[in-house]
Design a protein around this ligand. Structure first.
Ligand SMILES: Cc1ncc(COP(=O)(O)O)c(C=O)c1O
Length: 326
C-alpha cells in the first residue's frame, strides 16, 4: 500500500522542482531554469509553509490555545493558508484584508469560513495608512486590536517562524533535489519570509549561492493616482526604500541579496502566458515575474550550464479577474 496521510498539514512542502526544458529552448537561454512549484501546497501557495509553521510554533510556545481566533493583516495567500490550517486544527481565523488585492482572494477566504475585516474595522489603521505604513506601527495597531478582542495576532511580517518555514523546508528541499547543485535562487518579497529563509539556509550550505530578489517596477506600483494599474499582486518594493520599509524579517535574519530586479507587470504577465503554452504550468503574477528574472539571468554568459531555481509562488486561478490572462 502507498502512503496514507493523516491530515492536510502533512501535505505542506511536497512541492516539485521541474526543469522547464521547452520554455528554456523557446527563450534561447544558456542556464537551466528549475521551477519550484509552490502551488502544489495544499491551499495553493508558498505561504502555506509560513502559515503552518507560525501556528505550530505558537502552539509549542503556548500562545495559541484550543478554539482561539487567529488574526493577521494579509494580501491573501497567507490568509488562505492560515484559514485552511485553522479549520483543520480547530481555530477561527480573522483576516484584515490589504486594500486592492484581487477579488478572488477575499472570495476564497470567505468560502473557507474566515471572518473578513477591512482596515477601517481596525482602530487606527486608516490613519496609519495615510501617514505611511511601517512594520513597527502596523504591529502596534494590530497588537492592540488583537488584545482588545482576546485574539492571537500571528504577525506574518514580524514573525521569524515565517522565515524558519523555509529554513526547515523549502531550502533543504531545493538542496536535496538539486544534490547541492544550486547556483541561483529567485523570489519576490512580501514579508520577506521566503527570501530570508532561503538565503539563510542555502548560504550555510554554499556561501556562493546567488540570492536574487525582484520587485514591481515603479510604473507597476498601484497608488491613489493610478488605482487601476497592472501590478504584481501580493508583493512589495523592498530595494531602494527607506529603512522603515525594509522587511523586518530581513533585519532579523541579517538577509542580504546579490541583486534585485525591477519587473514591469506586463513582462510578468507575458512570461506567465508563455509558460502555460509551452509547459502547461498555469502560474500567478509573482511567479511570472520571478520566471522573467530567471530568463534574464539564464541568458548571461556566466550562467551557462548553471542551475537557476525560481520560486513559483502560486497558480493563476486567483488572477483571472486581472489583466494577466485576458
Ligand atoms: C503570490 C505571492 N508571491 C510571493 C510572495 C512573497 O512571499 P514572502 O511573504 O515570503 O516574501 C507572496 C506573499 O504573500 C505572495 O502572495
Amino acid at each position: 500500500m502507498g502512503r496514507i496521510y493523516d491530515s492536510i498539514t502533512e501535505l505542506v512542502g511536497k512541492t516539485p522542482l521541474v526543469r522547464l526544458h521547452r520554455y528554456e529552448e523557446a527563450e534561447g537561454v544558456k542556464g537551466h531554469i528549475l521551477g519550484k512549484f509552490e502551488y502544489f501546497n495544499p491551499s495553493g501557495s508558498v505561504k502555506d509553509r509560513a502559515a503552518l509553521n507560525m501556528i505550530l510554533e505558537a502552539e509549542y510556545e503556548g500562545k495559541l490555545k484550543p478554539g482561539m481566533t487567529i488574526v493577521d493583516y494579509t494580501s491573501g495567500n497567507t490568509g488562505i493558508g492560515t484559514a485552511t490550517f485553522a479549520n483543520a486544527k480547530g481555530y477561527h481565523y480573522a483576516a484584515v484584508i490589504q486594500p486592492g488585492v484581487s477579488i478572488e482572494r477575499s472570495q476564497i477566504l470567505k468560502a473557507l469560513g474566515a471572518e473578513l475585516l477591512q482596515v477601517s474595522d481596525v482602530p487606527g489603521f486608516t490613519e496609519m495608512l495615510k501617514t505611511g505604513l511601517s512594520q513597527a506601527k502596523l504591529e502596534e495597531v494590530m497588537e492592540n486590536f488583537a488584545r482588545s478582542k482576546g485574539w492571537y495576532y500571528i504577525n506574518q511580517c514580524g514573525n521569524p517562524a515565517n522565515s524558519r518555514a523555509h529554513i526547515i523546508g523549502t531550502g533543504p528541499e531545493i538542496w536535496e533535489d538539486t544534490a547541492g547543485e544550486v547556483d541561483y535562487v529567485i523570489q519576490l518579497v512580501g514579508t520577506g519570509g521566503t527570501l530570508s529563509g532561503l538565503a539563510s539556509y542555502l548560504r550555510t550550505k554554499n556561501p556562493d549561492v546567488k540570492v536574487i530578489g525582484a520587485q514591481p517596477a515603479k510604473q507597476s506600483l498601484k497608488d491613489s493616482a493610478f488605482p487601476e494599474r497592472n501590478t504584481i499582486d501580493g508583493v512589495l518594493k523592498f530595494d531602494g526604500v527607506t529603512d522603515d520599509k525594509v522587511p523586518a524579517l530581513f533585519n532579523y535574519f541579517h538577509t542580504y541579496y546579490d541583486e534585485c530586479f525591477d519587473v514591469i507587470a506586463e513582462d510578468a504577465y507575458e512570461t506567465g502566458r508563455k509558460l502555460v503554452k509551452q509547459e502547461g504550468f498555469f502560474v500567478g503574477q509573482s511567479a511570472g515575474a520571478a520566471l522573467w528574472v530567471a530568463t534574464q539571468i539564464a541568458k548571461r554568459p556566466e550562467a551557462a550550464g548553471k542551475n537557476i531555481v525560481v520560486i513559483l509562488a502560486d497558480n493563476a486561478f486567483k488572477y483571472l479577474s486581472t489583466n494577466m490572462y485576458q
